[in-house]
Write a protein that binds this ligand. Structure first.
Ligand code: MF3
Ligand code: CO
Length: 251
């Protein structure tokens, strides 16, 4: 299906939501310290969203029970906030999609709690860099797989692993729209050959594991963890493709 192209005005609406997502994530980051629970972080997210008049896009999505996803250490994605206490040396992904005036934006960041190990810090750095490589490849005339390739090469160059089970996505009137944005090159994916056009709004979100590409799901039906128990990281921005550099809407 042809990807939806958003006008300048529509992109500015998504940017408004994106600003809110960024503000909430900034407040969550500053709240993180050893001793806080993931449920406490979710509570803060709810409060800050409310202050902005925005709502979580995740709450109730296919029955998802929280407003935020919090994924700790070997958890890759969709960790459910709850009683878990964060400890010095943990890493935690804060993944937030929100809606404001009918427009969605989505962003994620993995941060360390107190002093993370050198391994963990390297994982965070490489995963964030991979996101930015993908954003730099999001240029008119390139194909979707140029984004995928840029992300994949950066991660595999250092020997880490791309999670293949999850991908980025178009975003706008819904949290998840076509096309999907793979984090690895898969030429049999018909979307991968699509040419990027000005006005496309997409969420790029590499998920990276230190030791494996395999994940498994926990019994809560949501949390995905690395199969080998090694750390996972996840960085995400919502961006707009333009005639020049892509614009990051979740800043
Ligand atoms: N923010 C996640 C994403 O990047 C999805 C939210 S969790 C869900 O797509 F439960 F709502 F799916
Ligand atoms: Co997303």
């Amino acid at each position: 299906m042809a990807p939806i192209l958003r006008s300048k005005e529509e992109r500015e609406k998504i940017r408004e939501t994106g600003h809110i997502v960024a503000e909430v994530l900034a407040e969550l980051r500053s709240s993180i310290a050893p001793g806080i629970t993931t449920g406490d972080i979710d509570t803060i997210a709810v409060e800050v969203l409310k202050r902005f008049g925005a709502t979580s896009s995740s709450l109730g999505y296919h029955g998802y029970p929280a407003s935020l996803c919090t994924s700790v250490n070997e958890e890759v994605v969709h960790g459910i906030p709850g009683k878990r206490v964060l400890r010095d040396g943990d890493i935690v992904t804060l993944d937030l999609a929100a809606s404001y005036k009918g427009w969605h934006a989505d962003s994620a960041v993995t941060v360390s709690v107190g002093s993370a190990s050198a391994d963990a810090r390297r994982l965070l750095k490489v995963t964030e860099e991979a996101l930015y490589r993908g954003i730099a490849a999001a240029r008119v005339g390139n194909r979707l797989l140029d984004i995928s390739r840029a992300v994949q090469q950066h991660v595999e160059k250092v020997g880490f692993f791309i999670v293949r089970h999850y991908s980025g996505h178009g975003i706008g009137r819904s949290m998840h729209e076509d096309p999907q944005i793979l984090n690895y090159v898969e030429t049999s994916d018909p979307d991968s050959m699509l040419r990027l056009k000005a006005g496309m709004v997409i969420a790029i979100e590499p998920m990276v594991i230190i030791g494996t590409e395999e994940t498994r799901d926990l019994e809560d039906g949501w949390t995905s963890v690395s199969a080998d128990g090694t750390y996972a990281a996840h960085f995400e921005h919502t961006i707009a493709v333009t005639e020049g550099d892509a614009e990051i809407l979740t800043l």
